[in-house]
Ligand binder design. Structure first.
Ligand code: PLP
Length: 465
């Protein structure tokens, strides 16, 4: 046992010395060495256990080491561990079929816009993850429409490749603007708690945000715009749920001008809010849908674009100028197939809806009422944000927008208080996000929320300081 621990520690030193980490000043980080995980829990090399309230990067939807996913991966490795994308492959085809059968509108007879009758079909282009899914969705939209411009929300994250990063609205874009995609424009999406439009409630916010988008389209020139891209529910930038009617309004605006609607479901697809795709909640059918993360809980990297048949047909006789060596990798797809089956056998969508509505939401609201530092609690299913403020009246955030260093210290104190209680949180700016694996037990949810409750005492103190 000691020898194993020793070997693990030396590997950690290798990480420190040789691994170049994401989004970090390399000298300023001290990553936790993770030794193992099971379900909603993982543990470090010293045996400290954490309940994962972040699902790693909001991708571990079925939890660590799910026996069915591990078995599917092992079985596929024994059959055919890899095959090129130019060949047909059974698990890749099966996963594409399973996804299209669950694509937005597929079950209700909804049709991708521009399609009719036999066009109630979709195809899937597989990628390695979310950023290249977005990259290829935009490429499809541009080639299909012959237009260059793409509109995306300021409050958004779409990935770390050139076009996806240019589309990203949040500050991670700023240092990357040394080489941007020149054809991206940003707009403000609905955010009722901090309305840019002076709205008093959700409905008004939805209407005004739509009017704003309509004006942006007008001023940019409707005939120059290939696509409007949006996260169905804005994820990292706030768990912002669109008011009823907003997405339908964007759909109508797109239809008016021959603009394609692309919904980015990388974070919220595959059950995060109790639907296969979040857009299903509003009955809106996009032209293109991006997915990744939850499609196979990240056991092997996988993402993709679900393509409305009317867009796919553009490439019946014309070459689609894109591809990836690992497009539809059989190991990734085998886990994806087993993910879909497991969702259905374990009734995951139902459990997410029920536990979200009966446990997570009510309990977070209950503890929020006791803590003056909580400005708003919002969310759906297993996807919630607790927005922390200095003052409930003025809604001044607990830390300033994009704060780092000492300015971010109050959030650092809250995070430390949660981790001390063995819960691993997801934090962005002045918000705690609650995004546990979809298999987390009711008792574990309660345990995690109790840790947040205790940490909010620290937030209250910080708000008063
Ligand atoms: N789109 C959204 C909404 C995301 O949340 C993310 C990642 O967090 C991405 C795209 C990029 O995905 P990936 O990191 O797999 O490239």
């Amino acid at each position: 046992q000691e020898a194993v621990r020793g070997a693990e520690r030396s590997r950690t030193r290798d990480d420190d010395r040789y691994v170049f980490h994401s989004w970090s000043a390399q000298g300023a980080i001290d990553p936790l060495p993770v030794a193992g995980g099971e379900g909603a829990w993982f543990w470090d090399e010293d045996g400290n256990r954490y309940l994962d309230f972040a699902s790693q990067l909001v991708n571990l939807n079925l939890g660590h080491q799910h026996p069915r996913l591990v078995a599917a991966l092992q079985a596929q490795a024994g059959r055919l561990a890899t095959v090129g994308p130019t060949f047909a492959n059974d698990v890749r085809g099966e996963l594409a079929r399973l996804i299209t059968e669950r694509a937005p509108g597929a079950r209700t007879g909804g049709t991708p816009a521009g399609g009719a009758g036999d066009d109630r079909r979709w195809r899937v282009f597989f990628t390695n993850g979310g950023a290249d899914a977005v990259e290829n969705a935009v490429r499809l939209a541009r080639l299909h429409t012959g237009r260059a411009k793409v509109l995306a929300a300021y409050r958004s994250y779409h990935g770390n490749t050139t076009t996806a990063m240019s589309l990203t609205g949040d500050p991670r874009r700023w240092p990357n603007e040394v080489s941007p995609d020149p054809h991206v424009r940003h707009f403000l999406g609905p955010y009722a708690y901090r309305s840019a439009f002076g709205a008093r409630d959700d409905a008004e916010e939805g209407e005004r945000a739509l009017a704003h988008l309509r004006e942006v389209v007008q001023l940019e020139g409707p005939g120059t715009i290939a696509a409007i891209l949006l996260e169905t529910i804005v994820g990292t930038n706030g768990v912002l749920i669109p008011p009823d009617g907003y997405l339908a309004g964007v759909r109508a605006l797109c239809d008016e001008h021959g603009i394609l609607l692309v919904t980015d479901e990388v974070m919220v697809g595959f059950g995060r809010v109790g639907e296969w795709f979040a857009v299903d909640r509003w009955g809106v059918v996009p032209d293109l849908v991006t997915f990744a993360k939850g499609v196979n809980s990240g056991y092997v990297p996988l993402g993709g674009v679900i393509i409305g048949e009317h867009v796919a047909r553009t490439f019946d006789d014309r070459v689609f100028p894109g591809g990836l060596t690992y497009s539809g990798h059989p190991l990734a797809c085998a886990v994806g197939v087993e993910t879909v089956r497991t969702f259905e056998d374990e009734r995951i969508l139902e459990r997410v809806r029920t536990l979200g509505a009966d446990v997570i939401g009510p309990r977070l609201r209950e503890i929020a009422a006791r803590h003056p530092s909580v400005g708003e609690v919002r969310g759906l299913g297993f996807f919630w944000a607790v927005e922390l403020v200095r003052d409930r009246e003025t809604r001044e955030p607990l830390v300033p927008f994009n704060a780092s260093g000492p300015a971010a210290a109050p959030m650092g104190a809250v995070v430390a208080a949660i981790k001390e209680r063995g819960v691993w949180p997801f934090v962005h700016f002045n918000r705690l996000h609650v995004a546990p694996p979809l298999v987390t037990s009711a008792d574990d949810l309660e345990h995690g929320i109790a840790a947040i409750d205790a940490a909010l005492d620290v937030a209250d103190e910080q708000a008063e300081a």
